[in-house]
Design a protein around this ligand. Structure first.
Ligand code: PGA
Length: 249
């Protein structure tokens, strides 16, 4: 039985004031979330603020990216140790915005997954196809390439500590959600890919859906057999909406 996981990806949306309102709001309603593990992934300047607000609560903290190096001359970057220094245990890796806007290749993403694991952070490892890749019938080929790059780097055993997030790029921030059937089909395919390497690990690896998940569609998506929760962008910025998704699990 896989636990439902709901993770908020705030992206580059925050101020001290909005973070305070959002986290206080989430904490007020969190006791009504019975099943889901809840994570918020903040921009680095706000990790400390969320850590302080969420101390002794069931709210878990994550970062949005990491550098593979431990320290040194990497201006503007953030290391796994820095992330952990603020009580965060999770880090988003390979988000489609990192892949498309900052040139992160499968190889770079695989190295980041490895760096997270080597430093006891749980990566939220993102995969997903572009619209033209779906339309040309290449969804399965794309997610196979993305998953296999990470298996080749860290091995299948490492998936005991990896959360996969399937995010069709055409559904991210567009208001167009994959239908439950489209999402379930791809999730089942991803699980079958993992099962080719290890059947037990395939059954225990959480695979979250991301892409315009909201309070209106979360329940139906999370009810699908192979969808174990969500990675939520826009709808994670309002406590009420985010909590309602958390309760859908
Ligand atoms: P969205 O973003 O929920 O706003 O579509 C999801 C994500 O990018 O992780």
């Amino acid at each position: 039985m896989r636990q439902t996981i709901v993770a908020g990806n705030w992206k580059m949306n925050a101020s001290k004031e909005t973070v305070n309102t959002l986290v206080v709001g989430i904490l007020e309603g969190l006791h009504n979330v019975k099943n889901a593990k809840v994570i918020v992934c903040a921009s680095s300047p706000y990790l400390s603020q969320v850590e302080a607000l969420a101390v002794h609560s069931q709210l878990n903290l994550g970062a949005q990216d990491l550098n593979v190096n431990a320290s040194g001359a990497f201006t503007g970057e953030i290391s796994a140790d820095m992330i952990k220094d603020f009580g965060a245990e999770y880090v988003i890796v390979g988000h489609s915005e990192r892949r498309s806007l900052y040139g992160e290749t499968d190889e770079i993403v695989a190295n980041k997954v490895k760096a997270a694991l080597d430093n006891d952070l749980t990566p939220l490892f993102c995969i997903g196809e572009l619209l033209e890749e779906r339309e040309s019938g290449n969804t399965e080929a794309v997610v196979t390439r993305q998953i296999n790059a990470v298996i080749a780097k860290v091995g299948i055993e490492a998936f005991k500590n990896i959360i996969v997030a399937y995010e069709p790029v055409w559904a991210i921030g567009t208001g167009v959600t994959a239908t439950p059937q489209q999402a379930q089909d791809t999730h089942a395919f991803i699980r079958s890919l993992l099962a080719e390497n290890d059947a037990d690990i395939a059954q225990t690896t959480p695979i979250l859906y991301g892409g315009s998940m909201n309070p209106a569609n979360a329940e139906e998506l999370i009810a699908c057999e192979d969808i174990d929760g969500g990675l939520i962008g826009g709808a994670s910025l309002k406590a009420e909406d985010f909590l309602s998704i958390c309760k859908a699990g």
